[in-house]
Design a binder for this molecule. Structure first.
Ligand code: CUA
Length: 304
């Protein structure tokens, strides 16, 4: 009845339509019966109220029919849900980290990205973790969603059946920038995927390499480039500007030079610009290398 972009669309949509259909039928039936009774048993026609005797047949009927209907709904729900918990052996594993407020996807060969890149028609297993609070990885087009709970590894799997890009959302309120904790699944053909998987660089050539690195690391969920104030200070005009920072209990005036930017990446909460909170995770060399930092500085020079 349904075909879809993932192997779970059919099961979930069938359950949805079955429940919606039953609900619609009863909405119409109950409303019509109500209106009919209001007219038939109106006081004008029946000035004297009479007693209603119990009716065993009717009682059996209105117990058995709803039970069957609810069991039917349960069946379709269960049939759609069960395969989600049966991860096939040999599914392609990808490590997912959801933290305030970005997603990171890591592959077995060490490759990682802020986008979830997967091959078509292949079971994908997501091993999910959160270092801070509860998040929830939600891919509406694939009809799947699973929580990421700090300290409790969770798993989810799917098979994408159509090439394209699909939205990823965080479906569990996780703080100020929850609604910006977004990403995409990119479904490629096996050949294209292999090319991407085995390539050294994944820099998006259409944007400045410094911006690309920051996007990949989720920096842009908290810092703007147009001067607007988000969770962190804007990058626009940052480089070379004078900033009041809170270092421990002291407030001091510093120049936001390349050195300060570098320190803010590796130890972000040591010198926090006044007016902002210490919420940024630290990025060590394995995440943002020395060369990457230089590219970021180059980019910041451009948006002075
Ligand atoms: Cu992460 Cu909401």
């Amino acid at each position: 009845m349904f075909s879809g972009v993932s192997n779970f669309v059919e099961g979930v949509d069938t359950a949805f339509v079955v429940i919606l259909g039953i609900s619609l039928f009863f909405l119409v039936a109950v409303t019509a019966t109500m209106i009919y009774f209001v007219m038939k048993y109106s006081r004008k026609k029946n000035p004297k109220a009479g007693d209603v005797k119990d009716n065993t047949k009717l009682e059996i009927l209105w117990t058995v029919i709803p039970t069957l209907l609810v069991l039917g709904m349960f069946y379709y729900g269960w049939a759609g849900y069960r395969p989600m918990k049966q991860i096939p052996d040999g599914a392609f594993p990808i490590k997912v980290t959801g933290k305030m407020w970005s997603w990171t996807f890591e592959y077995e060969n060490g490759k990682w990205d802020s986008l979830l890149v997967v091959p078509k028609n292949k079971p994908i297993k997501l091993d999910m973790n959160s270092p801070d609070v509860v998040h929830s990885l939600y891919i509406p087009a694939f009809r799947i969603k699973e929580d990421l709970v700090p300290g409790v590894p969770t798993q989810m799997w799917f098979e994408a059946n159509e090439e394209g890009e699909y939205d990823i959302l965080c479906a569990e309120y996780c703080g100020e920038r929850h609604s910006y904790m977004l990403s995409k699944v990119v479904v490629l053909s096996q050949e294209e995927f292999d090319k991407w998987y085995n390539s050294e660089s994944d820099v998006d050539r259409s944007v400045h390499p410094g911006l690309d690195i920051m996007r990949k690391n989720g920096c842009m969920s908290c810092h703007s480039t147009d001067g607007s104030k988000l969770v962190g200070p804007t990058f626009k005009g940052l480089l070379g500007s004078d900033k009041e920072v809170k270092a421990g209990d002291d407030i001091k005036l510093i120049k936001a030079d390349a050195e300060y930017i570098n320190r803010s990446i590796t130890a972000p909460n040591k010198e926090v610009v006044v007016g902002f909170n210490s919420v940024m995770p630290a990025y060590d060399e394995s995440r943002i290398s020395k060369e990457d930092k230089e590219k970021i500085i180059e980019y910041l020079k451009e948006i002075k």
